[in-house]
Ligand binder design. Structure first.
Ligand SMILES: C[S@@+](CC[C@H](N)C(=O)[O-])C[C@H]1O[C@@H](n2cnc3c(N)ncnc32)[C@H](O)[C@@H]1O
Length: 276
């Protein structure tokens, strides 16, 4: 990964001389998804690959280099629905000034531990907020919306908010579920929780979507809505374009052979959208 030397040195400094009190707290915290390195040999989810090694993180790093880089110093990023702060940590390591936004207190507390552990690195802040209510004074060069959009009841309206959060010339990275077509429904791992396809017009744009039943008790789910809306792939493109993103790229090639079957099973897509 193209980590700037001065930041990598700060990371390694934390590994060499860790804050033992915070390290102990991190060891006791139950991380549910993000395996963030704590030392050269230990992470927040022992036995799992580090978040830096996951194909979706590599896709983000490469997109940053292509569309926002190569020098990210001084540029800003927001990581929406940041869970345990793993992607925020990776964005910071890549050189961005990062703000993670998380609506669930138990997740936010873990983000604060990660921030405290890597305090010497600086440039990584977190806020405990519902993303729907998050109205920062300034927009960001990079907006990361990963694993969040499909937890909202009004994703089309939220894409308009994503455009407002993105500076002119900035990029949105969107990693999300899309509603499968009827012929793809049986292959979809979430078929049992999805409604039939529906159609609606939102601010002049016709969208097709399925409703999805959410279990709000899970740490990675929506924070209060028990159903959310998954738009189909074409609707995402139309809504992003209507919101002001004029170039939209879809990413493939990070999961090797069988990638299309995997994406069909998990109804997952990765987009980079640019604002002029
Ligand atoms: C599936 S996880 C994705 C985590 C991370 N972005 C990633 O890609 O690994 C969804 C996260 O969004 C948070 N979340 C869901 N709805 C939210 C909302 N309305 N406001 C803030 N956070 C929310 C959840 O608490 C959870 O941490």
């Amino acid at each position: 990964m193209p980590y700037p030397d001065h930041l990598q040195q700060k990371v390694e400094q934390a590994w060499r001389s860790p804050d033992l009190e915070v390290l102990n707290e991190l060891r006791q915290a139950q991380f549910v998804a993000h395996n963030i390195p704590l030392t050269r040999t230990e992470g927040t989810r022992p036995g799992e690959p580090l978040i830096a090694e996951s194909p979706r993180t590599i896709a983000i790093h490469e997109s940053l280099q292509r569309f926002a880089g190569p020098d990210l110093a001084g540029k800003t990023a927001v990581d929406l629905g940041c869970l345990e702060g793993g992607l925020s940590f990776e964005l910071r390591r890549a050189g961005l000034e990062v703000l993670g936004v998380e609506g669930r207190a138990e997740n936010y507390e873990k983000c604060l531990l990660v921030r405290a552990y890597y305090a010497a690195m600086g440039g990584m802040e977190f806020v405990h907020s519902d993303v729907r209510a998050f109205q920062p004074k300034q927009a960001f060069d990079v907006v990361v919306c990963s694993g969040l959009l499909y937890h909202l009841e009004r994703p089309a309206a939220y894409i308009a908010q994503l455009a407002r959060l993105t500076k002119p010339g900035g990029m949105l990275y969107l990693d999300t579920h899309v509603a499968p077509e009827d012929e793809g429904l049986r292959a979809c791992a979430f078929a049992a929780s999805l409604s039939p396809l529906k159609t609606e017009t939102v601010e002049g744009v016709s969208i097709r979507y399925r409703e999805y039943s959410e279990d709000v008790a899970l740490p990675e789910s929506s924070i209060d809505n028990s159903y959310s809306v998954w738009m189909d792939a074409a609707s995402h493109l139309e809504v992003m374009f209507a919101a002001g993103f004029t170039r939209i790229f879809e990413l493939n090639g990070y999961f090797g052979a069988g990638e299309q079957a995997l994406k069909q099973r998990y109804c997952r897509r990765y987009f980079v959208a640019l604002k002029p």
